[in-house]
Design a protein around this ligand. Structure first.
Ligand SMILES: CC(C)(COP(=O)(O)OP(=O)(O)OC[C@H]1O[C@@H](n2cnc3c(N)ncnc32)[C@H](O)[C@@H]1OP(=O)(O)O)[C@@H](O)C(=O)NCCC(=O)NCCS
Length: 215
């Protein structure tokens, strides 16, 4: 199996580990953290071996590590880490695709994405890098999903596009051909019937902008 480093050791990292184990393609060489108090801990049997900033040293000392994955849930931290790692660390972010996820051969997907069990990415979809697709959500055909987008569970996606760094929370419904902006949070159960602007928080049925999202 190819060896990778996982950033993070919290709730999100545990979900990622579970999917990595089911995929059976990557071995986790260790976890990194931004919190010195986490050093030496074990998460599902994998050791927290260093701080985020140790990555270059770790890669130098073990050339058999060929990839990394972001197991951090915070969207701003994810965006920052991704920008740094993709330009500086020299190994790619890998895709974690659960064996029970369906990805069309006519879809284009980037790097560092996780697609959980019972997800679908349909034909003509284009998914960027570092996206999360939780169980029972599908990206329907011909949609364009940016980078660092979180599509939570049970989301109905009939829209046209979702911008970078946007969260679409559990059970939301994105209406036919709707465009969701970048840096947004679409709340649980929201029914989005019209295009949204960038940097907003919206929820309700029909979804309304509640306030700006300070990105
Ligand atoms: C959308 C979000 C920003 C709203 O946070 P908030 O503005 O702090 O909301 P609050 O919890 O303070 O609630 C404020 C009010 O809005 C209501 N509200 C919050 N979310 C709502 C929603 N999705 N739909 C309808 N009403 C909602 C609350 O019931 C509350 O109503 P009240 O004033 O009558 O009591 C927050 O819920 C969020 O970040 N959601 C995304 C979660 C996520 O990341 N999911 C992915 C997990 S994998």
């Amino acid at each position: 199996m190819e060896k990778i480093i996982l950033f993070g050791c919290g709730e999100h990292a545990r979900m990622v580990i579970d999917n990595i184990e089911d995929q059976g393609k990557y071995a986790v060489a260790g976890l990194l953290t931004n919190d010195p108090a986490e050093l030496g801990k074990e998460i599902y049997g994998y050791k927290v071996i260093g701080l985020d900033g140790d990555i270059l040293e770790i890669l130098k000392s073990d050339p058999s590590i060929t990839g990394y994955f972001l197991g951090v849930g915070n969207m701003k931290v994810r965006a920052k880490l991704a920008a740094w790692l993709d330009s500086a660390c020299g190994v790619p972010a890998v895709n974690i695709i659960h064996p029970l996820a369906l990805v069309s051969k006519h879809a284009i997907i980037g790097r560092g994405n996780i697609f959980e069990a019972y997800t679908k990415v349909a034909n003509g979809a284009v998914v960027g890098n570092h996206c999360i697709l939780n169980s029972f959500s599908a990206i329907n055909h011909d949609q364009r999903i940016g980078d660092n987008v979180l599509i939570a569970g049970n989301v109905s996606m009939a829209g046209r596009s979702v911008g970078d760094n946007t969260i679409i929370a559990d059970g939301a419904s994105i209406g036919f051909k709707v465009r969701v902006g970048k840096n947004c949070i679409i709340g649980d159960g929201a029914v989005v019937t019209k295009d949204t602007s960038d940097n907003i928080i919206a929820y309700g049925n029909p979804a309304r902008e509640v306030r700006k999202n300070d990105w």
